[in-house]
Structures are given as C-alpha cells and as structure tokens.
Design a protein around this ligand. Structure first.
Ligand code: SF4
Length: 479
C-alpha cells in the first residue's frame, strides 16, 4: 500500500474532518468524483483573492512552482531563505511528512522573526481557519522558521470599489493558535496511524460529512449506509433533528415512528405515502387575491465577485447582469417575454435598470419566486442610481411571492422535499421547464457563462454560443 512521502495541509485537513475521508483520498482515489465546475470556480476565486492579497507587498518574491511540485517548491523556498529574501509568497515547508505553503511570510530585521499572513476569501475568520492555519504554523515552526505572529487576512465587507485599500481585514490569531498547538501532534499521529492501516476505517456518517466542507465520498458512504434517495434527510427544515432520527434508525418517510413534524414536513410524508399531489385551491385563491394584472414574472441573474469591480460595490455584493420578465397583461392575453443580458466588462446596472423599468411599467404585481432576493437587488440598485431611485423604489412595493403559496398549499412528490424552483417548476409545469441538459442550467452556471462572455480572451463563436444559451435559459418561466 503506497503512502505518499509528504501529505499536504489540504489533505491533512481532510483527516481533521474525517479519518475515513483521508484514508479513501489516498487509497481509494477512484471513488472520488472529479472536481465540479462550481467547486473549480470557488478554487479559482480563492486564487484571485490570494493574488490580490499579495499586492500589499510589491517586492515579495513568489515561489513560482505548481501546487503538485512539493520538492521544487521546498528547494526554491530554501534558496530564498538563504538569500535573506524579506517577503516570500507561497513559501513551502515540511516536517515529518506534513507539507504546507504559506500565502505570505514577512521577515523583521528587528526581531529576526517572521510574520505569517494567510489569505482567506471569506468575510470573517471561521473556526476551521484556525485549525488550518494552526497546522500550517506547526509545520513551519517545527521546520525551523522562527515565527513572530500569525495573521488571517479576510475580505472586508466595508470596502467599496474603486477604493480597494481596505479590501482586507487582518486578524492576529497568534494567541488563539497557541492554545491549539498542543493538540496538533496527537491528531496527526492518529491520521498517520489510520492511513497505514490495511483497511478503510469504519466511521459513521454524520454532520462531519458536510461540515466544514462537503466530503467528496458522500455518495459512496451514504449508499453503503443504505440511505434511500428520498429519506428523512429530505424533509424541509429538518436541520440537526435528522441526525437524531438517523441515530434511532428512522430513515424512510413511511416509518411509523416519525413524529413531532411541522405541518409542511407532515405534508411531505403524507404525499409520499399516498402518492397523491396535495393542492389547496381555496388557499391558493385567497393568497393570490392581492395579485393584480398586468403580472410581471421576474427573475434576476447576478454576479457577486469576491473582489468588487463595479462602482460602490463591496466584496461578494450581488449585482444583476441579466433579467427575464414574462408579462401577462390579462387572463385572455398571451405571455410577452422581455429580457436584458449584459455582454461586456462595463457596469451592467445603468442599461439593465433602463430595460427593467421599461419591462415593469404599469401598476400590476411583480411576481418573483423567493422575492426577497429580487427586492434586495432592486433596493441596492435604487441606492446606486440617483436618477432612477424613486422609480426603482416603487417597484419594490409591487412584489408578490409564489414560494410561500407553494409551501403552504401545494406539494407534489416531484418536489422531493424541496421548494426550490428547480424542483417545483418541472413538477408542476412539466419537463419543458426543467433546465437539465442545458448549457446554462443554474445560477452558478449563468455566472460562469457571464464571466466568459465578458472576458476579452473569449472568441466570438464561443461568446455567441454562451449568449444564446443564457438567453434560452431565461426564456423559461423562472419565477
Ligand atoms: S462521507 Fe462522511 S463518513 Fe464518509 S468519508 Fe466522508 S465524512 Fe467520512
């Protein structure tokens, strides 16, 4: 059984989360699904944030070796330390088979010690960051690097484009890490002992399967545990109670011991057992009493870059770049479709606002599924646009939301416990409203398509293909 000579901090953190997970990532790699485009987008965003953080030290020297080249990175780091380089990016260290790279290390001639800066693309320090940076500092100090302090640099939500001077907040975690230091060696001993075993360790499934990160072996382990495709884990709003049920062996939705459920959870169970759609037409009619024609069924697609790029936006602020509006003037009329898709690097908001106001003119109701998302974007655009502030604010008063109506008065077995539009629309309106098989099949795919459309490197054929795909997804009724 082949054990790698060095285990990266990323892999070791898998062991922190679950011993079975690190064992399988080494010995059963074939069970690990490939990185999804969504996950890759998160990695890419992390790299962009890392590169932005390094700008604070323009004279820093990068250990310019790929992530997989452990020995090249270690050799280059040793050379830079020997040359007394003052600021090093991605310096690599190893100790007793553990390997880590530091985002930024800065030498102080006064104290003859190093400050370590770890860049995180989150907007606060999370507990798992302390584990991660604690392990890194442990490897670095044991490798012989004298450390003065350790800081986490995370994104500052108070920062506004174009002034990115305050993009990062630095949090000194040296003291917090001191308290964790003693627990690191025993944890690593357990990890190394486990991975040398002849067989995969028995670890039960639990909250650790999804926290702090979703484990790639979920499908494998959950299948082994015979969790049905539709189970108590699919009950809406079940939260941590699902683990109490699992501990009692209650898994299926027709288990007679299933008790103390909310009305919505009860409905899911009843439909599962009866196989009959639940629909309360009286309740629906009453809830829709206030809806007024012309109805505008509205949906936004938004981009929320970690590094803000549009005027007065903050890290991760959602900025609409596309909308789709289906307009229904009266019960007798046909639906009319209006839309806007931004296709260049400029700020999407000025042109989108004009199109949106044109599409939503009149006094009827604006229908948006989970409308708080749309109303929040409208109020942000009202803040941004002095010229159209009043008109945008008046749109906010016209919103109605079908989501609570579905939650309270409709349930179909096709929802599979979820009231997301992705489940609800095809179940009620048929497969023609499914996004399956489309090039742009969800919100994050729409974001990736947008990034590619506006990138200067994208050739015109590809750009046109993405524009067509984004628009054809928008034609579907997505409220
Ligand atoms: S799915 Fe859960 S139990 Fe299985 S390896 Fe991952 S974390 Fe461990």
């Amino acid at each position: 059984m082949q054990i790698p000579k060095l285990l990266s901090k990323t892999r070791l953190m898998r062991g922190y989360q679950c011993l079975r997970s690190i064992y399988m990532t080494i010995h059963n790699k074939e069970l690990e699904p490939p990185v999804t485009p969504d996950l890759q987008a998160i990695f890419d965003q992390g790299n962009i944030v890392g590169a932005e953080g390094r700008k604070k030290y323009p004279h820093g020297v990068l250990v310019d070796f790929p992530a997989w080249d452990f020995f090249g990175s270690l050799k280059k780091t040793r050379e830079l330390l020997k040359e007394e380089t003052q600021v090093i990016f991605e310096a690599a260290f190893e100790y007793k088979g553990c390997y880590a790279r530091a985002d930024i290390i800065v030498y102080s001639k006064d104290t003859k010690r190093w400050s370590v800066y770890e860049i995180k693309s989150t907007t606060k320090v999370k507990d798992e960051h302390l584990d991660d940076v604690g392990l890194q500092a442990w490897i670095m100090s044991n490798a012989g690097l004298p450390i003065e302090k350790i800081c986490i640099m995370h994104l500052n939500t108070g920062c506004r484009f174009p002034n990115l001077i305050s993009l990062f907040t630095e949090v000194d975690v040296t003291e917090d890490l001191r308290n964790r230091h003693m627990s690191i060696a025993p944890r690593l001993t357990e990890i190394f002992k486990t991975i040398k075993e002849d067989s995969v360790p028995e670890v039960d499934i639990g909250p650790h399967c999804t926290s702090p990160n979703e484990c790639p072996f979920i499908k494998h382990c959950w299948t082994q545990k015979k969790i049905p495709d539709l189970s108590v884990f699919n009950l809406p709003g079940i939260k941590s109670k699902k683990w109490d049920l699992y501990a009692k062996g209650i898994l299926t939705l027709d288990d007679p011991r299933l008790a103390d459920l909310t009305p919505v959870q009860n409905r899911v169970v009843e439909v599962f057992k009866s196989k009959k759609r639940f629909i309360d037409t009286h309740g629906i009619k009453k809830a829709m009493d206030s809806w007024q024609f012309p109805l505008v069924f509205l949906d936004f697609e938004t981009i929320n870059p970690a590094i803000p790029r549009y005027d007065q936006t903050s890290p991760y602020q959602q900025v609409p770049f596309q909308f789709s509006a289906h307009i229904w003037d009266s019960p007798e009329s046909e639906l009319i479709h209006k839309e806007y898709l931004h296709t260049d690097i400029s700020d999407p908001r000025p042109r989108l606002i004009l199109s949106l106001l044109e599409a939503c003119k009149g006094n009827g109701s604006i229908v948006a599924y989970y409308s708080s998302f749309e109303t929040q974007r409208i109020s942000e655009m009202a803040e941004y646009s002095k010229e159209h502030k009043g008109e945008l604010e008046s749109l906010g008063d016209r919103f109605v939301d079908p989501l609570p109506i579905f939650r309270d008065y409709v349930y179909d077995s096709g929802f599979e416990g979820s009231f997301s539009l992705k489940k609800v629309a095809p179940s009620i309106l048929g497969d023609s409203q499914s996004y399956d098989g489309m090039l742009v099949d969800n919100g994050t795919a729409a974001q990736r398509a947008f990034e590619e459309i506006i990138a200067t490197a994208t050739n015109s054929d590809r750009r046109q293909e993405l524009i067509s795909a984004s628009l054809s997804t928008a034609v579907k009724i997505r409220w």
